[in-house]
Ligand binder design. Structure first.
Ligand code: NAD
Length: 507
């Protein structure tokens, strides 16, 4: 097995992980993975071939036969070792991640950390998989439920959290006794490769996790394959629709997390500077490439007077390369993404929104080829304008006016998306009313990015999610398992033959 293929590949071509081996693909087309600040090619990811996809699924299927019977405390012990290894390699993982995503080092480490927290939940698998039991549900009859794994599960993950999001899925699925095929984003595949390498080092059987690379072609094999039982997806809206429709049509269990448009309501009684700091961090942090970024602020009443202060705070944030400690955020993931954001800013101007701060001509000294977009602020934005309706996925904040909290709630409830939202206020009554009436899956009260820790679940809703059971927490255990019910009776001397029971009642 090659050592550390994620960071020291043979040449620039990284392998995929199939049947417990880091194998070089025999594909004839390779995907360039570039440094978003320089365009340097960091590595090339394979387009795992159809044959290799078949081998990965077959290996996962074969591994399931024995892995499902490994006692849960033993699985949990391996997971504890994995958690320790991830912590030990936290800086190293952060650096790999920062280089290929462009995120600042601090933010990249945060991405890894939020994934480690899910692995910690997987360490509790023995208790979280426990079933239920009831004695004497009829005369001499007892019932118990058993939670059993499904088989081969898969996740198709996006570029923006290459550690956290793969870790939302494969550790819990595998802890439940499933085996796994991960298809991470082709734009930053080194981080998931390194996560998998540490997974093997933790002592798991080498074939319970497979990592394949590529895009739609590879995803289509997973969606069509009869041996794949469950599909987890995170990514853009059109692809989420496609994945959910195709997977469910092929009779698979599916959960698909999609794009978003998140609103922060700013009440005039909110503590001003803390609110502005939190708003700006949420809107432009990670270059706006977060599904939970608050990209719209609804300024209620006199909070509209804060626009110059919001602008000043945004002007103070400068993008830079991952290793620049003064950088507020990094470059956009690729040139096309940066251009798309700039085009949308142009559209905002054309459609009548007021451009308070324009990030289109942003440059960063020393990195003329970076995918830079500076902090951008629009005021007077209205539903129906493209910058409001579309997910921009860049460091662009739109300000919408509302005369009252009721009006703010009405605007947000009319929006199709429902991933996250926040209210900043000093009023418990306003916060209570907002949390109760808002139709969004995750609500922050004076919290700008309300992503739950893993002993809850990630409960984005409406058009930001397709499925029934969400990621991590109790819902993930249900997603990755099936319930078997055992109803039992033992005949003793008191049980005399009574003739055939021709009813459905238990006697
Ligand atoms: P994307 O949809 O382009 O890609 C996601 C994954 O799908 C990748 O692995 C990619 O290879 C694969 N893919 C791309 N096109 C495909 C196709 N036609 N058929 C099958 N598979 C395909 O998303 P992205 O640009 O990597 O990620 C950004 C998006 O993800 C944003 O919209 C963001 O809001 C969303 N996101 C949502 C959440 C959430 O929890 N709701 C979290 C993170 C990101």
């Amino acid at each position: 097995m090659a050592t550390n293929p994620a960071t020291r590949p043979e040449g620039k071509r990284i392998p995929h992980l199939i049947a417990g081996e880091w194998r070089q693909s025999s594909c004839d087309s390779w995907i360039d993975v570039t440094d978003p600040a320089t365009q340097d090619v960091l590595c090339q990811a394979p387009n795992t071939t159809p044959d290799e996809m078949e081998q990965a699924i077959a290996s996962a299927k074969a591994a399931f036969k024995t892995w499902k019977d490994v006692p849960t405390p033993e699985r949990a012990r391996m997971m504890l070792r994995y958690q320790a290894l991830l912590k030990e390699h936290h800086d190293e993982l952060g650096e790999i991640l920062a280089k290929e995503t462009g995120k600042t080092f601090a933010d990249a480490k945060g991405d890894v950390w939020r994934g480690i927290e899910v692995v910690e939940q997987a360490c509790n698998i023995s208790t979280s998989m426990m079933g239920e039991a009831a004695e004497q549900i009829a005369n001499g009859i007892d019932t118990r439920t058993i939670t059993e794994p499904l088989g081969v599960c898969t996740a198709i993950t996006p570029f923006n959290f290459p550690a956290m999001i793969p870790l939302w899925f494969f550790p819990l699925a595998i802890a439940c006794g499933n085996t796994f095929v991960l298809k991470p984003s082709e734009q930053d595949p080194m981080t998931p490769n390194r996560l998998a390498e540490l997974f093997l080092e933790a002592g798991f059987p080498p074939d319970v996790l497979q990592v394949v690379h590529g895009g739609k072609e590879q995803v289509d094999v997973l969606l069509a394959h009869e041996d794949v039982k469950a599909v987890s997806f995170v990514g853009s809206v059109p692809v989420a629709h496609y994945i959910y429709r195709t997977a469910t049509q092929n009779l698979k269990r599916c959960q698909a997390f999609a794009g978003a448009k998140n609103h922060m309501v700013v009440m005039p009684d909110a503590p001003k500077q803390q609110t502005i700091d939190n708003l700006v961090g949420s809107a432009v942090g990670a270059a706006g490439q977060r599904c939970m970024a608050n990209s719209v602020a609804v300024l209620v009443g006199e909070a509209r007077e804060w626009i110059p202060d919001i602008k000043a705070a945004m002007e103070g944030v400068k993008p830079g390369r991952w290793d620049d400690e003064n950088a507020g955020y990094g470059a956009q993931i690729n040139k096309a993404a940066a251009q798309r954001i700039k085009d949308l800013i142009g559209k905002g101007v054309d459609e009548g929104a007021t451009l308070e701060l324009d990030g289109r001509d942003c440059t960063v000294e020393g990195y003329p080829d970076g995918n830079w977009v500076g902090p951008t602020l629009f005021s007077g934005v209205k539903p129906g304008q493209t910058v409001y309706d579309q997910e921009i996925f860049g460091p662009v904040l739109s300000l919408v006016d509302a005369g009252s909290l009721e009006e703010a709630i009405a605007i947000i409830n009319s929006n199709p998306y429902g991933n996250g939202t926040s209210i900043f206020t000093s009023s418990g009554a306003a916060a209570r009313k907002y949390s109760h009436e808002i139709e969004v899956g995750q609500v922050g009260v004076n919290i700008p990015i309300p992503v739950p820790v893993p002993f809850f679940s990630f409960t984005g809703g409406k058009a930001s999610f397709y499925g029934d059971l969400h990621a991590y927490g109790k819902q993930a255990i249900k997603f990755f398992t099936e319930t078997k019910t055992v109803i039992s009776r033992w005949f003793d001397d008191d049980h005399l033959p009574t003739g055939p029971n021709l009813t459905i009642n238990m006697k």
